[in-house]
Design a protein around this ligand. Structure first.
Ligand code: TRP
Ligand code: ZN
Length: 896
């Protein structure tokens, strides 16, 4: 795209079916890094459901045209251009053979066919296939694929593609070939190939119906000792999908391949999932508990796509949440089941809390900025920019609401009907909603608004207790929180909100509930179906004035406003039977105090202690009936980013001061309790990545982190040094290093110097661990003597730094810009200048990654005036210099 052209906006309302269909695709690759030849033979016919077109318009990018034939005869009427190939005056049904070339070695975008560590990989979602060969590269064109790969046998001994291996053998000149056939029709974005020096961990299992399946996890030879957990996660995923949804693996073989250069987490290519190494490789020495859990979740996510995404796919990219929201919901349920069994609500709650925390910090922020869009967007410039928190995480919440409304059995009925109707098809979010509605005999017309309205809904609650009549009424009013003009435009009317509620009596026990008109008491949690702008629900026979527990288990992705007193929040934190709301009460209490302190810091007033929070936290910390993992989550303060977003004008420095003040106070007041918790949660012996063991380590390391805040951090330094030296796992080693760095920043002492050097030397050969080494330094606290930007700039010159590797760029640049707000938002604008430089540099290498970084300043209008001006200047500088459609869409929307 030229610098001056107005970007092309793609609109949902303009959807039209493709003029042609492609039934079969036969691909032949001669794999050479600098010039790979691709021969594509397509069985094409006119689409009976589309308007007549004289020419066939195929998409193609960065391709060299070599030749075209139709039905075996050279076809002269072809025009290659910047965006593809026009094949003119084509017959109704024909075989089209196209030969072209591409340059994988020079492909730094990591979209299409590229080389990483000397091996070949592909990434085709969303529109990467057109960088390999000319095609109708849109998800509603589904074909069966046969793929022949030819390459040098020594350099590329392993040749993989989708489906089943049907032939292989040697060729002249030291080359060999492999031929693969995928029996299932699929859109081009699910095509994949891998070629190179790889080895596999293999396992054979029997699927639910007794069929033999070959499972493989392919990695570079030195990583074979880090594949066991991914394999176990895959087997667990297969079993869970059979048990919970009756969905079986449909291929004889299922492969996962790890690659160290990858734009996202992983990709669900049919039968050949390609993963970022970060979400495959783990052993106790190199991976933390969080890494182990993330691998399980991502392996599950990609595996679950085999049905929700691949067997039933998206008609167009506006329907992305059809597969992503649903598959995130499925992976969340899977992880919850793995951590606590399908039925143990307290153990499941930990996962729920973590998911909601991400949603509120990241998706609510997206809703409040210039990129706000509905779960099913109405328009885009670059589809890669719409793989968002809204499509994924809010999309998952929307799917979860069906389950909240209909129960697990009703949800399953809806899923069954969805597959019965749409297996093998490319469909829409409306089709999914209709399956849920029809299977449960419900009209879900109003529910469509969850897909079409942008912005974060807000539910304001007022209550009234009539002691004489023993009636308790709850009035719910819905609207939207601070929406941008673009989001407001989409807001047409009230939503159907499943609002789960419980009432807690003065003794802390749940009250039995009877709604007006009911004859008997029912369950102690009720899902109220709110459909109007304002609605009142009345509970009868309520013996004493209750305390409401609102939106239990976060039953809808909304902000709840209710005027709780501090003592009421402390009461809920101590007694609510809903673990999510117990956690929520503590977070509300902490947020309230932190925001009050941040306001004082912002106004230059001294910070003063208030003991309500300390007492509430002390009770949680010392309550043996609470699981360690719950205590860890409840005792973690809301993040600086989340807190800054709650301010009328975000002031990261004030938030940092407030949060550090509270951390230090909690450390000081509860020092003995933290030390006791540290000792009580040691996990001696062999490392196990189980939820229980991880819970102990999490609480122990949180205790260490608080202790590192003390004015005299001697205890923390002693414990952390010993823990660092003795650690038999990365969770403990990294936490110890982090505590030492924290104590150093607070005191100016050099406690962490030796450990930091040791860490690098010890793990020099482990890229994923070196990523942690960069990221720990990028997110460390700054001091007045040494702002972190100086460390970051020095690390950019470190020999191990490489801007072309997305994991490395994320570990240093993104960590600093997105996870160290107090340092990034330095008043002198140094962080913004650095950000602008890096967005511009990345734009020339990898637009997808550059655009993610570009989004870091999109909330600029919400900051204090000085920061706002500096951020605008940085955005304007970027807007003037970047070329990619990806980054331009982001910065232009931010500045509009
Ligand atoms: N579909 C992938 C997922 O599981 C997302 C994805 C992976 C992706 N790589 C990508 C999207 C590259 C766009 C570009 O969620
Ligand atoms: Zn996905």
């Amino acid at each position: 795209m030229s610098d001056t052209a107005t970007p092309t906006v793609i609109r949902r309302e303009d959807y039209a079916p493709p003029a042609f269909l492609i039934d079969t695709v036969d691909l032949e690759f001669d794999l050479v890094p600098e010039r790979t030849i691709v021969k594509s033979t397509l069985a094409v016919r006119r689409n009976p459901d589309a308007n007549h077109a004289t020419h066939l318009e195929l998409m193609g990018e960065q391709l060299e045209f070599i030749s075209a034939t139709i039905d075996g005869q050279p076809w002269e009427q072809v025009r290659a251009h910047d965006h593809g190939l026009t094949v003119e005056n084509v017959p109704d049904t024909f075989t089209l053979t196209l030969t072209g070339a591409c340059d994988p070695a020079a492909n730094t975008t990591l979209s299409g066919l590229y080389v990483s560590s000397g091996n070949f990989f592909t990434q085709c979602e969303a529109e990467g296939f057109r960088r390999i060969t000319w095609f109708l590269d849109r998800p509603d064109v589904m074909s069966t694929y046969t793929v022949t790969l030819r390459a040098d046998k020594i350099s590329y001994p392993v040749l993989l593609s989708n489906g089943n291996l049907i032939a292989e053998g040697d060729l002249p000149d030291g080359r060999h070939y492999a031929k693969w056939e995928d029996p299932f029709r699929k859109p081009s974005y699910l095509f994949a190939l891998v070629a190179g020096k790889l080895v596999a961990l293999e396992e054979r299992i029997q699927s639910g119906s007794g069929k033999e399946k070959l499972l493989q996890v392919w990695v570079e030879p030195h990583d074979l000792d880090k594949t066991r957990h991914a394999m176990d996660s895959l087997i667990h995923s297969i079993r869970w999908d059979e048990a919970r949804f009756g969905l079986e693996l449909d291929l004889d073989r299922f492969m996962i391949v790890a690659v160290s250069d990858f734009n996202m987490g992983a990709m669900e290519n049919k039968g050949l999932n390609i993963f970022n190494t970060k979400y495959v490789l783990a052993n106790p020495e190199t991976a933390t508990d969080v890494d182990f859990a993330n691998i399980e979740a991502v392996v599950g996510h990609e595996y679950f796509h085999n049905w929700t995404g691949n067997r039933v796919t998206c008609r167009d990219w506006f329907q992305l949440s059809l597969k992503e929201g649903l598959t995130v919901f499925r992976d969340q349920e899977f992880s919850a089941a793995m951590s606590g069994g399908d039925e143990n609500e307290a153990a499941r709650a930990t996962k729920r809390i973590e998911d909601v925390r991400v949603l509120r910090q990241m998706q609510f922020a997206e809703d409040a900025g210039p990129m706000a869009h509905p779960v099913r967007p109405e328009s885009y410039v670059e589809i890669n920019n719409f793989y968002t928190m809204t499509v994924y995480e809010k999309g998952s919440e929307v799917v979860r609401m069906y389950q909240t409304l209909f129960g697990r059995d009703g949800f399953r009925k809806g899923m069954d009907l969805y597959f019965q109707r749409h297996d093998g098809q490319a469909v829409t979010c409306d089709d999914f909603r209709r399956a849920m509605a029809d299977a449960n005999g419900r009209d879900l017309a109003q529910f469509e608004r969850w897909y079409s309205q942008a912005g974060t809904p807000r539910v304001s609650v007022t209550t009234h207790y009539d002691a004489a009549a023993k009636r308790y009424s709850v009035t719910l009013s819905q609207g939207y929180a601070n929406s941008s003009p673009a989001a407001r435009e989409t807001q047409k009317g009230p939503l159907l909100i499943p609002f789960a509620i419980g009432l807690i009596g003065p003794d802390g026990q749940d009250l039995p509930l009877k709604l007006e008109g009911e004859s008997a008491f029912g369950a102690t949690t009720r899902v109220l179906e709110v459909t109007e702008t304002q609605q009142t629900f009345t509970f009868v026979d309520v013996a004493a004035k209750p305390l409401p527990s609102l939106l239990r288990n976060f039953s809808a992705p909304v902000i709840v406003e209710y005027d709780y007193g501090n003592d009421e929040l402390a009461f809920l934190l101590a007694h609510d039977s809903d673990p999510f709301n117990r956690w929520e009460a503590g977070q509300r209490l902490a947020t309230r105090e932190l925001l009050a302190l941040a306001a004082r810091a912002s106004a230059g007033q001294p910070l003063e202690a208030n003991d309500a929070l300390v007492q509430a936290f002390s009770r949680v910390l010392t309550d043996p009936s609470l699981s360690p993992s719950f205590r860890e989550l409840a005792l973690m303060l809301p993040s600086e980013t989340y807190l800054a977003e709650q301010m009328a004008e975000s002031d990261p420095a004030a938030v940092h001061a407030a949060r550090q003040f509270v951390r230090k106070r909690l450390a000081t007041a509860l020092k003995a309790e933290w030390l006791a918790a540290y000792q009580a949660n040691l996990t001696p012996g062999v490392y196990e990545p189980t939820p229980e063991a991880a819970g102990h380590r999490g609480l122990k390391n949180l205790a260490l982190s608080y202790l590192s805040e003390l004015d005299d951090p001697a205890d923390a330094v002693r414990l952390a040094t010993a823990q660092y030296d003795a650690a038999n796992n990365m969770t403990d080693r990294a936490a110890a290093l982090s505590a030492l760095m924290n104590a150093s920043a607070a005191t100016g002492a050099g406690y962490a110097k030796k450990a930091l050097e040791d860490f690098y030397a010890r793990f020099e050969q482990e890229p994923l661990v070196i990523d942690k080494w960069f990221s720990l330094q990028a997110t460390q606290r700054g001091t007045s003597q040494r702002p972190v930007i100086e460390t970051v700039r020095a690390l950019m010159r470190h020999p191990a730094f490489n801007l072309k590797n997305p994991n490395r760029a994320r570990s240093l640049i993104f960590s600093f810009c997105a996870a160290n707000p107090a340092q990034f938002h330095a008043a002198d604008g140094s962080g913004y200048a650095f950000w602008a430089e890096q967005v511009i540099a990345l734009d020339a290498i990898n637009p997808q990654v550059a655009a993610r970084l570009a989004r870091n300043l999109e909330l600029w209008r919400r900051f204090t005036p000085t920061l706002r001006d500096a951020m605008r200047a940085a955005l304007e500088q970027v807007a003037a210099r970047v070329k990619s459609r990806d980054v331009r869409e982001i910065v232009e929307k931010a500045l509009a």
